[in-house]
Design a protein around this ligand. Sequence first.
Ligand code: SAM
Length: 294
Amino acid sequence: MMKKEYHKPVLISEVIEFLDPGRGKSYIDATVGGGGHTTALLARGARVLGIDRDEEAINYLREARTEKDLVLARGNFARIWEIANEKGFKEVDGIIFDLGVSSHQLDSAERGFSFLKSGPLDMRMDRNLRVRAWDIVNNFEERRLDEIFKTFGQEKFSRRIASSICSARQIRPIETTVELVKIIEKAVPRGVRKNFKKRKINEATKVFQAIRIVVNSELLNLEEALPKTVDLLKSHGRLAIISFHSLEDAIVKRFLKKETRLIILTKKPIGPSEQEITENPRARSAKLRVAEKI
Ligand SMILES: C[S@@+](CC[C@H](N)C(=O)[O-])C[C@H]1O[C@@H](n2cnc3c(N)ncnc32)[C@H](O)[C@@H]1O
C-alpha cells in the first residue's frame, strides 16, 4: 500500500509564480509542514529555511529531504526574526506562511485535532505546550467557554454548547474528541442539525477551530510574526500568506494595509481553482495574499 501523503500543498503554482524562486535566492517557509511549498522552492534552485513548531514535521523532513540547500528549525514563527538570524537567513527574497494544521496532524487521531477521529483532547501543535484541549474543555468556566466559541469559532450556539459541556463534565471529565462531538451535536437545535447534515457540515467544526486557536495561541503568534517578516525581506522581497478562516485573513489584511513598507500585490485574495478544490477539498477555504517590500 502507498504511504499516505503528509500534506498536499495548496495554491502551489500561484505561490511559486509570486515568489519566483531561482538559483542564488533564499526563502523562509514559516510553516514548513510536509514541505510541499519548500520542495517547489528547492526544485527551482533556491535555499530555504523551513520552520515548524511541530517536532513530527521537522523529523519527517529531516528524513525525507536531504538537499543541502534546506535548513530546518523547530520553533514558533512568532520568533521568526530570531530563528532566521540564528540560521543566517537575513535579507531573504521571500517568505511563505501556510497557516493552520497539516493533513498529517488532522489525520493523526492521537493528536486530537479531528472531530472525525476518536482521540484524546489534545490539539497541541507543539507537544511542549502546557495547555491541551482537555484543560480548556474540562476546566474553563462556562462563561469563558461561551466567549471562546463565540470569538474564535463564530459559533452561534456558543452559550448552549458551553452549558452542555459544563453539565456533562459534572458527571465525569470529557476525555475524547468523539465525546465532545456528541455533546456539541446534542446542544445544537435539531432543525439546524438537519440543515448541517444536508450541507455536509459537521456541527463541531467551529468549536474545534476555537479550541485549537486557543491551545496554540494561533492569532497572537500571527500578529507577532507579521511585522518581523518585513525586517527579514530584502527590497522587492515578497511575503505570501495563505489563511483558512476569516479571523486569520482579517489579521493579514489589516497588517498589509497598515504596513507602509509593503505594497499589496493581490487586491483581492486569491483562492483555489475548481480543479484544485476537486482534487483537494481541504483547499476550499484557502486565501492567498501577497505583498512586496519597497
Ligand atoms: C497547513 S500546514 C503547512 C503545510 C506545508 N505548507 C506543506 O506544503 O506541507 C501548517 C503547518 O504550520 C505549522 N504551524 C502552525 N502554527 C505555527 C507556528 N506558530 N509556528 C511554527 N509552525 C506553525 C503546523 O505545525 C503545520 O505543520
